[in-house]
Design a protein around this ligand. Structure first.
Ligand code: AMP
Ligand code: MG
Length: 344
C-alpha cells in the first residue's frame, strides 16, 4: 500500500470482505492470469484471459506502475499533484494542472452540475472536518464538529471553481483561497477506465478489473457475460448478481465502506453538500454505465439524494441502470437494473 490512498488510507482491512465477487462464466480458458495488489487504499484484482502468462504479467506490471502514480497524484491530502494543488489553493486562487487531472476535474464539474450539486468535488474541507482525510476506515471520535466549523467549511466548499484549458495551459482558478478539491467520489471510475485503456494498449482483449468492489470488464472479441456480485449493504440482505457487458463498469457507494463512530453514532464518509453533514439518506447506491467516471459520480450523488431524488438524479445524470438500498433495506431500481438483477 502506498502512503496516500485516494482518501482511504487504512481502508484495506474494512474492504477486504467487500470486493465484488467476479463469477465469470467462461469456458475454454486457455490462459487465465490473475493478480491482486493493494492500491488506492483498497485491494485491486486483475484478471486477464486471453494472453500468454508472460505478456499478461507484463501488462499487469505496467498497469501497476500507472496506478501507483495515480494513487499519489490524485490523492487530495498527499504529496502528489492534487495534494500540491490543494496546498497552493489555500493561499492562492490559481494553480497549474496536468492534462489528465484537468480533464477529470472538468468532467467532475460537469457531473456535479448534472447531479444538482449532490456530487461535488469541492467537498474537501468537509471531508477533512469530519475526519475522513487520512483517517482509518472506521475511526472513533468523541465529538462531531461544531455548527460554526461546519458553516465555515461549507463556505469554503461553495467557492466557485473553474477548470480552464487555454493559455498558459490547464489550470484551476477559484473565487478565493480556501478551496480543497477531493476527487475520491469519481476517481475510482476513472482509474478503472484508465486501467482498461492500459490493458488494451498492452494487447489484452478480455479482462476484468475489480478495485474494492467497483468493477470494469472488457471482451473485445467475444460477448462474454461477466457476472458480478453486489454485496449487501447490511448483514442478512441477499447477495445480488448482475450481468456486466463489454465496456461497462459497476460502482457502488455505501455507508458501510467507511465510517466513523462519534459518540456512539455512525457517520458515513459521504457528505451531503447541502448540509455539510454526513449523508444519511440511504445505505448504498449502485450504478452501471459505460462511462466509468460517470457511474462513480452518479453512485455518490444517488446515495446523497436518497429515495426522494432517485429518479430525477438518474435522469439528470443520464444513468439508466441503477439501484438504491434505502435505510430500511428496501431496494429501488430502474427497470434496466431490475431486468439484469438476480438474487441468490
Ligand atoms: P464514493 O465511494 O465514490 O461515493 O466516494 C466517496 C468519497 O468521495 C469520500 O470518501 C470523499 O472523499 C468524497 N466525497 C464525500 N462526499 C462527497 C460528495 N457529496 N460529492 C463528491 N465526493 C464526495
Ligand atoms: Mg462515487
Amino acid at each position: 500500500m502506498t502512503g496516500g490512498g485516494l482518501s482511504r488510507r487504512g481502508v484495506l482491512r474494512g474492504l477486504a470482505g467487500l470486493a465484488a465477487i467476479a463469477l465469470v462464466g467462461c469456458k475454454n480458458r486457455p490462459q487465465k492470469t490473475t493478480a491482486r495488489f493493494a492500491q488506492f487504499g483498497t485491494l485491486v484484482d486483475i484478471t486477464i484471459w486471453d494472453l500468454p502468462r508472460p505478456q499478461a504479467e507484463r501488462a499487469i506490471s505496467r498497469l501497476r506502475r500507472d496506478y501507483a502514480m495515480l494513487d499519489r497524484d490524485w490523492y487530495a491530502w498527499g504529496d502528489g499533484e492534487l495534494g500540491q494543488i490543494n496546498r497552493t489553493l489555500q493561499r492562492a486562487i490559481e494553480a497549474p494542472l496536468s492534462a489528465p487531472l484537468g480533464t477529470l476535474l472538468q468532467q467532475s464539474l460537469q457531473l456535479s452540475a448534472a447531479s444538482r450539486g449532490l456530487f461535488d468535488m469541492r467537498i474537501g474541507p468537509l471531508v477533512e472536518l469530519w475526519g475522513f482525510a487520512n483517517a482509518p476506515t472506521t475511526a472513533s471520535g468523541t465529538a462531531a464538529p461544531s455548527d460554526a466549523d461546519i458553516r465555515a467549511a461549507l463556505d469554503r466548499s461553495r467557492l466557485h471553481v473553474d477548470v480552464l484549458n487555454d493559455r498558459p495551459g490547464w489550470r484551476v482558478r477559484t473565487e478565493a483561497p480556501g478551496v480543497l478539491l477531493d476527487i475520491g467520489g469519481i476517481a475510482k471510475g476513472d482509474i478503472l477506465a484508465r486501467g482498461m485503456a492500459r490493458l488494451t494498449t498492452e494487447g489484452v482483449s478480455k479482462a476484468l478489473i475489480d478495485a474494492g468492489g467497483d468493477v470494469a470488464v472488457m471482451d473485445l472479441q467475444g460477448s462474454a457475460a461477466f457476472r458480478v456480485g453486489i454485496r449487501p449493504a447490511r448483514e442478512g440482505e441477499a447477495l445480488r448478481l448482475l450481468e456486466l457487458r463489454h465496456g461497462e463498469t459497476v460502482t457502488t457507494s455505501g455507508d458501510y465502506a467507511r465510517y466513523r463512530d462519534i459518540g456512539g453514532r455512525r457517520y458515513a464518509h459521504i457528505i451531503d453538500p447541502r448540509t455539510g453533514r454526513p449523508s444519511e439518506q440511504a445505505r448504498s447506491a449502485t450504478v452501471v454505465h459505460e462511462e466509468a467516471a460517470r457511474a462513480d459520480a452518479a453512485a455518490t450523488a444517488l446515495i446523497v439524494g436518497g429515495v426522494a431524488a432517485f429518479e430525477a438524479i438518474c435522469d439528470a445524470m443520464r444513468v439508466d441502470t441503477a439501484l438504491l438500498v434505502d435505510n430500511q433495506g428496501q431496494i429501488r431500481a430502474t427497470p434496466e437494473m431490475q431486468a439484469r438483477l438476480e438474487t441468490i
